[in-house]
Ligand binder design. Structure first.
Ligand code: ADP
Ligand code: MG
Length: 401
């Protein structure tokens, strides 16, 4: 179902009025408060610039980390305000309260052209409980509501869902809009072949996702530790490789599906379980892993097959690294998939990368700008792809037909 966006707001709703914007500034941070990766802050800029241009006054809410419903200086958003100020090139003030009367007064006193960032919503015990009393207090911080926190839209929390009960219009920001556009295009691909590559570690979390794409994709490539579980389901000895025992039965069920879109590795890079890097690794057939060795990457033959399939795709979705890419030398399969995705994009394919580790992997390969879309929301993106909707989206105003 389509939702209203900033485009649906009239100049009268925007001008001089307070836009309560839920952003996702859940950034990786060092212990001294230094922001290690500002990707999520950057992702909020289009919406904030547009609101400022329309002379609205943005009041921002976000969570950071998991402070468990009480203030914890380690998770303060104070330093994020400085990062935003530099990127936005507009004054950004920080206020160390969130739902209090003084916070409301700050929002009312906000000067045109400036932005106010309030303290971490997860310092409040009602946030993750979607508490109506908290939602009502948060609603006093704005004159209308914008959800641009794509990475949080799968959570029915007060600042994402509850607040919309008390504050309208409630619309989608530009980031949410572009993420939804990319994800819906994958649920109903207009150009084929549609190729999907899965990797990473956790099948159990991704069963609904695999389910979704097993029927829709023309080719479904599986690498990473996920492939280990599938290979184990075929009855192959996986040695000391990471295998999800609990998921073997489900994996076997997927392998038995008619249609046969699933492609598993035929060769693998193996090493001793604790190997710090790939210097003592070797390549074996997928059915020849010695008992004391573990598979850490897809082998060269598999890389070739996967890269060719991706190269021929017109629509491509990738979730999950092809190996233990964080460790030196075990990133070859992941890099090869990233390069193939970039190549397909250059040939006109629509290509999307989703998932937290997958997004960092393509950034690490320096190819994030070479694909059509890299999702900022790991869990949210995967849940939307599997379910076709998210609680934080359902809560927004329906678009007029
Ligand atoms: P995403 O965050 O993109 O959804 P996951 O969280 O499912 O991806 O998986 C990413 C993790 O999987 C990475 O930390 C990576 O090192 C790990 N991984 C991938 N392949 C292997 C493997 N063969 N053995 C051990 N770990 C692996
Ligand atoms: Mg992950």
């Amino acid at each position: 179902m389509r939702r209203r966006t900033i485009d649906d707001l009239s100049p009268e709703i925007l001008r001089g009025r307070r836009a309560l914007v839920r952003v996702d500034f859940n950034v990786p941070m060092d212990d001294d408060g230094t922001v290690r990766d500002a990707t999520r802050v950057e992702a909020s800029l289009p919406t904030l610039r547009e609101l400022l241009e329309a002379e609205a006054r943005p009041v921002l809410l976000s969570h950071l980390g998991r402070p468990r419903g009480k203030p914890d200086p380690k998770y303060s958003l104070r330093t994020v305000a400085k990062v935003l100020e530099e990127l936005l090139e507009a004054p950004v003030s920080f206020f160390p309260e969130t739902d209090t009367d003084p916070a409301v007064q700050e929002s009312q006193a906000l000067e045109p052209g400036a932005v106010l960032l309030l303290e971490n919503t997860r310092f409040l015990p009602g946030e993750t409980k979607n508490d109506p009393a908290l939602s009502k207090r948060l609603a006093r911080l704005g004159d209308f509501y914008v959800n641009d926190a794509f990475g949080s839209t799968h959570r029915a929390h007060a600042s994402v869902v509850g607040v919309t009960e008390f504050l309208r219009p409630a619309v989608a920001g530009r980031l949410v809009e572009s993420e939804l556009e990319a994800m819906s295009a994958l649920r109903a691909p207009s150009s084929r072949p549609f190729v999907v590559a899965f990797g990473g570690a956790k099948i159990a979390d991704k069963i609904p996702l695999i389910e979704t794409f097993l029927d829709r994709a023309d080719v479904l490539l599986v690498g990473g530790a996920m492939a280990n579980t599938f290979l184990a389901a075929r009855g192959l000895p996986m040695g000391a490789s990471l295998v999800e025992r609990d998921a073997i039965e489900v994996a076997a069920g997927f392998l038995d599906r008619p249609g046969g879109a699933l492609r598993l590795p035929t060769d693998l890079v193996i090493a001793e379980p604790g190997a710090p890097d790939a210097s003592r690794s070797r390549i074996v057939r997928a059915d020849a892993i010695p008992e004391d060795m573990a598979a850490f990457d897809i082998g060269p033959e598999t890389r070739e097959v996967f890269a060719n399939a991706i190269g021929e795709s017109r629509t491509f979705f990738w979730n999950g690294p092809m190996g233990l890419f964080e460790r030196p030398g075990f990133d070859s399969g992941t890099v090869r998939v990233a390069e193939a995705a970039a190549g397909a994009t250059a040939e006109g394919a629509f290509t999307v990368v989703g998932g937290g580790d997958s997004a960092s992997a393509i950034r690490q390969a320096g190819l994030a700008d070479a694909v059509s879309h890299v999702s900022t929301g790991g869990g949210a993106a995967l849940e939307y792809l599997a379910e076709g909707t998210l609680p934080g989206i359902e809560a927004l105003d329906e678009a007029p037909r």
